[in-house]
Design a protein around this ligand. Structure first.
Ligand code: SF4
Length: 311
């Protein structure tokens, strides 16, 4: 028996398959190019990379796009990102005290004691502490994002980058390069600034280690270094760090097994799905209602403030 977890974020979609002993069979990380095409392609690619045909007995979804994805995929369990990330991390680091996650457009800090979530901070409004900024800066500098961390660790001089706002940070980084600073020094300055801003926004309540660092940005060795320097402690990057939310969702599906899974199968590409939207004319809120259509019929609807059109 296998359990599938899917974490649908604003920048990426993560898939994880576990067996009945919670061993991770495989994971997949994809850029989000729209929830329907990405989930369809992701499931097809994921099936192709699984060496043996896997019988899925339950599916868990999480993430900011989980509401629609639950209907799309036929998921059995829908849990918050905080819970899914905590469960996924506890699987590998049972004594974790603080989880640091710097995502693409949102970031979080989760506090735990004895395996129980005691609090969290989350940032969805300002991307000053998020990885999308680093991504766009790398694109502007024509550097592969995978190279940023390695290059930054070769810095020779301290460079302070104005990091409170990503717009100013980008301008400041370009300005520093134009005034002769080395690329490596500027990249480390950017990583230090991003971590400084992230901690200032979300980590006001200091808690003792063990600490973990996850999300796609955890592959950036300079960000990990900056986090360790500023926290003054070691930070563990658990296995499958970019996909721990999906692993947590799969574990939650395993621990809350459905009698019969609603999973529509890996061959989701065969289904005719598209998005439709309209503005509700029934009151001055003029809510924009978004619907998933299948064969001309809405199968999920979202965006209604009063709730009457959500299903
Ligand atoms: S969905 Fe409800 S709140 Fe939104 S415009 Fe229609 S009646 Fe008003």
């Amino acid at each position: 028996m296998h359990y599938l977890g899917v974490d649908v974020g604003s920048v990426s979609v993560k898939f994880a398959l576990i067996d009945e002993k919670k061993n991770v069979v495989d994971t997949l990380y994809m850029r989000n190019h729209g929830v329907i095409p990405t989930v369809k392609k992701g499931l097809a690619d994921f099936q192709a990379q699984l060496s043996n045909g896997a019988k899925v007995s339950g599916v868990g979804v999480t993430g900011s796009g989980a509401g629609f994805s639950k209907v799309l995929i036929g998921a059995d369990v829908h849990k918050t990102e905080i819970l899914a990330h905590a469960i996924g991390t506890l699987h590998f680091v049972p004594k974790v005290s603080v989880i640091f996650e710097i995502g693409g457009e949102d970031s979080k800090v989760i506090f735990l004691r004895d395996g129980i979530i005691t609090g969290f901070e989350m940032n969805r409004i300002c991307s000053g502490g998020a990885g999308a900024f680093l991504d766009s800066l790398a694109g502007r500098l024509d550097i592969p994002i995978s190279e940023v961390g390695r290059l930054a660790l070769h810095r020779e001089n301290e460079v302070n980058i104005a990091s409170r706002c990503t717009v100013f940070a980008t301008t400041d980084a370009i300005h520093k390069l134009n005034t002769g600073y080395k690329l490596e020094d500027v990249l480390m300055g950017v990583c230090n600034g991003l971590v400084r801003n992230y901690l200032a926004m979300l980590y006001r309540k200091v808690s003792p280690p063990p600490y973990t660092f996850q999300g796609a940005t955890s592959k950036n060795v300079a960000l990990k270094h900056a986090l360790e320097q500023q926290l003054g402690a070691e930070v563990i990057v658990p296995p499958h760090a970019p996909c721990l939310g999906a692993i947590g969702a799969a574990i939650l599906a395993l621990e809350n097994p459905p009698q019969q899974t609603q999973f529509k199968g890996f061959e989701l590409a065969k289904f005719d799905y598209h998005i439709s939207s309209f503005v509700c004319p029934d009151c001055e809120n003029h809510c924009e209602i978004t619907q998933i259509m299948q064969s001309g019929e809405p199968i999920a609807s979202n965006g209604s403030r009063c709730g009457k059109l959500n299903f």
